[in-house]
Design a binder for this molecule. Sequence first.
Ligand code: IMP
Ligand code: MG
Length: 372
Amino acid sequence: MVDVVIGLQWGDEGKGKIIDLLAKNYDIIARFQGGPNAGHTIYYDGKKIIFHHIPSGILHPHTKCVIGNGVVVDPYTLVEEIKELEKMGIKVEGRLFISTKSHVILERHKEEDKREGERIGTTKKGVGPCYADKFKRVGIRMQDFIKEKGEINKFLKKFVIDTVDFINDELDKGKKVLAEGAQGTLLDIDHGTYPFVTSSNTIAGGVCCGLGISPHRVGEIIGVMKAYLSRVGKGPLFTQMPEDIEEYVREKGAEYGATTGRPRRIGWFDAYLARYALKINKPDKIVITKFDVLTGLRTLKICIDYNKDPMIDEDAEPRYIEVKGWSYLQQTKNFGDLPEELKNYVKKIEEEIGQKIWMISIGKERDKVIFL
Ligand code: IMP
Ligand code: MG
């Protein structure tokens, strides 16, 4: 089966950390959409590593990693990433497989994105223009790119295979695959806050097209959210916090774009949009991250509803409930030991989204998670 990890908000939910945590249970970790616009941050051996293309599972020696057909690849960034990992002593060759059908981001895509991406606040990595060429049917695919005579073409050739065959064959043998989503549901090209979205299907449904697997093969869906909201780039953030609180959360949560370094805007948890994301993805399990970042706030707001549909009217006004915050947070593995206010905040979120939470994260390291 292919289990899927996806973001339920505007990206940066902490998917990288969750994948890193779950990877030990899987044989293959696969990216199915997006490209170098993604930035998955992982803390490994006390070092901070940011992945743009390569699935974060590469840090587990037994896993193989796939960059699926739905991904757009910047060859130069990818080679840098490979070399960086090799420098750290991590073996990449024979473990990383790039789809023959993945599309290649060219210089002109990056130039176009730099010229025209400001309107959306893109990452300017050429992702949108590359997908546009794919749909215009004038794109360059990896299988053609590696035929060209060039050092980089030759270097990448050894990683490029038919990943559709590979994944399906491995599944036939009973191997387990984890699909690693990038960005989040509210940035989905169809279901996000269009036009302020990315250019791919970030929802769980995207995995079938992006890897070439049947919907019959999708197993568990794991949805990740943060205990609050963040957004980088343009577009509505209906529950944006007052500036002083926003700044507190941004600094404490290191809420700066992993790819661009831009400060992220911060909002209160939005149960209405969470319900929307749950409807589209139907996750079996929900993870909520970064509770530690909210420590010290006297009052927390949760948006439970709007006066009109925010996906249609940008001036829709959120309706909030308020709960008490917590002033300290000790490390524990036991939900029962957490401050009452935190437990109450979790309970309120569960009530408002209508689903139980599976796991929460209370710190950036791999082991700082609690199962509920
Ligand atoms: P693009 O994906 O570079 O075209 O950017 C489109 C929008 O998606 C912009 O608002 C970006 O900031 C946002 N975006 C793209 N990738 C990510 C991500 O990995 N995390 C958060 N936001 C992202
Ligand atoms: Mg990110």
